[in-house]
Design a protein around this ligand. Structure first.
Ligand code: SF4
Length: 493
């Protein structure tokens, strides 16, 4: 039996849904695996947490060697406090059968200050509740907390050369709120413990709470077939609206209220659901292809929004270009013809990106680009930073055409897309031969992972291998986008 009943994360899970807490404790294996996007979020959280330690230099890490050794971590924290250590990272405490590990505990001049680091741009009610639980445990464990701060990246600060990392964080005292929440925390703990003592899984209806504040990893278990209903898969409908409809017994198109007016994409989706065939608006696809017209390029840009500035002159969560690929349409299907670039240096490579992108697209023609809105936003920012490039940047913006437009506007929809307008969903219908890359980097999340490996890699033999892999990924993206476009135009006859 474990030495504690609740932890900070299981308490937050229980605050969202008591059934989720019970399942997590008793039926762990029923969870869905974390998505690549969630794993990337965890990686970012760890990275920000470690960076924030620089605000409190000279601390001692009380982290356990593995997550099963928290008892040792609690003992180590006690010992470090007894020894008079002023700064402790991952300080672990148990009280009332609840384990917490605080990011940083500072005990100086007779005062104990708690710091918890968050990687997000905004502080949410969930973070305050999380802090309130930690305060409860800390006080119960005998650490008289004088103040409690949440620390998170400050997006308004532009990092300067040689500036300390601590300047890009915002530190907010939440002591007042956490004190006011103590009664609530106690009652929530009691309720969660009651639920954990049950013999059977508590009955809790599915609803909006299944996605708030976090998407629950037991949805496949609780929602089952409802996840496959027409209503649940319909694009452009919020989770809350879907939950409301499903709670009201609305699963299929025929049950939809008369007041619901589908947009063009939803109409295409509903047609495909009903007839089990593709919806193809030939006239609109032809009009779109005339707008593209020859000669043209296919291009794709990877934009990073790092939780902390990567270099001076940027702020947290600012868009940074780290890769692009571009190819004249006529070279689609010809191996090795895709131009690509990746930011190899850890320094500011935005000017290099511009030079390379402008060169790769220097000849005449429209540019069919994936994620046009994000790329236009990036180019507008770059035009402000590099005014000498303004005219050329505007030229490229004027030539951009959104690759996804025919899909977002419902000119084409296939049942196999299952409600999604993504590279993978469209690719498996219109370019089945290319979308399933057998090995190597296959997704934007996998690219981010390998990109960070490239930034940290020091082995001179490994670096070219990583760059080659990014080249292969770039070619795969461009080839797939090209084939999707060709097949789409063919569908229009
Ligand atoms: S899917 Fe919904 S009802 Fe089921 S455990 Fe998760 S939050 Fe609770």
């Amino acid at each position: 039996m474990s030495s504690h009943q609740l932890s900070k994360s299981s308490f937050i899970r229980g605050a969202q849904c008591l059934k989720s807490l019970y399942l997590y404790r008793n039926f762990f294996s029923l969870r869905s695996r974390s998505s690549p996007a969630q794993l990337e979020k965890f990686r970012r959280g760890t990275e920000v947490g470690i960076a924030a330690r620089k605000i409190f230099p000279g601390g001692v890490d009380a982290s356990p060697a593995s997550r099963f050794q928290y008892a040792k971590s609690v003992e180590k924290t006690k010992k470090l406090i007894r020894e008079g250590k002023e700064v402790i990272y991952e300080a672990a405490f148990v009280h009332d059968d609840i384990l917490i590990a605080l990011d940083v505990l500072v005990i100086q001049h007779g005062k104990a200050i708690a710091y918890e680091v968050k990687s997000s741009q905004k502080l949410t009610d969930t973070y305050i509740l999380d802090a309130a639980l930690q305060y409860y445990v800390l006080m119960g464990a005998g650490v008289e907390i004088d103040d409690f701060f949440l620390i998170h990246p400050d997006t308004s600060v532009v990092k300067q050369d040689g500036q300390d990392i601590s300047d890009v964080f915002r530190t907010v005292s939440v002591i007042q709120q956490v004190k006011e929440m103590q009664e609530l925390v106690v009652s929530m703990i009691e309720r969660q413990k009651e639920v954990l003592a049950l013999e059977e899984t508590p009955e809790i209806e599915i609803g909006k709470h299944c996605n708030s504040p976090y998407p629950c990893d037991y949805m496949e278990n609780c929602w089952g077939e409802k996840l496959k209903t027409t209503i649940f898969r319909m694009p452009g409908i919020s989770f809350d609206q879907k939950a409301d409809w499903i709670a009201g017994g609305i699963y299929n198109a025929n049950d939809l209220p008369a007041s619901f007016r589908p947009d063009k994409l939803q109409s295409a989706f509903l047609f495909a659901e009903k007839t089990k065939t593709e919806f193809v608006n030939k006239a609109n696809i032809k009009k779109f292809s005339l707008q593209v017209s020859y000669p043209f390029f296919i291009a794709d840009v990877s934009i990073l929004k790092p939780a902390l500035p990567l270099f001076a002159g940027t702020s947290a969560y600012q868009e940074i270009p780290v890769r692009f690929a571009a190819s004249p349409f006529e070279t689609i299907d010809k191996q090795g013809k895709t131009s690509y670039w990746v930011a190899e240096s850890t320094a500011d490579s935005r000017k290099e990106f511009l030079d390379k992108f402008l060169k790769a697209t220097s000849t005449k023609g429209k540019i069919l680009i994936a994620d046009k809105d994000a790329v236009v936003k990036l180019f507008e920012q770059l035009a402000a930073i590099f005014p000498a490039y303004k005219r050329k940047i505007q030229n490229r913006i004027d030539r951009f055409i959104s690759f996804y437009e025919p899909f977002e506007k419902g000119y084409f929809y296939a049942p196999r897309q299952e409600g999604e307008i993504s590279f993978d969903a469209i690719g498996k219908v219109l370019s089945p031969g290319t979308v399933f890359r057998k090995k190597g980097v296959k997704s934007p999340e996998a690219f981010i992972k390998i990109y960070f490996r490239l930034r940290e890699e020091t082995d001179m033999f490994e670096i070219p291998a990583i760059i080659d892999e990014i080249g292969a990924y770039s070619e795969f993206r461009i080839q797939t986008l090209g084939k999707i476009y060709i097949t789409l135009v063919e569908r229009a006859g």
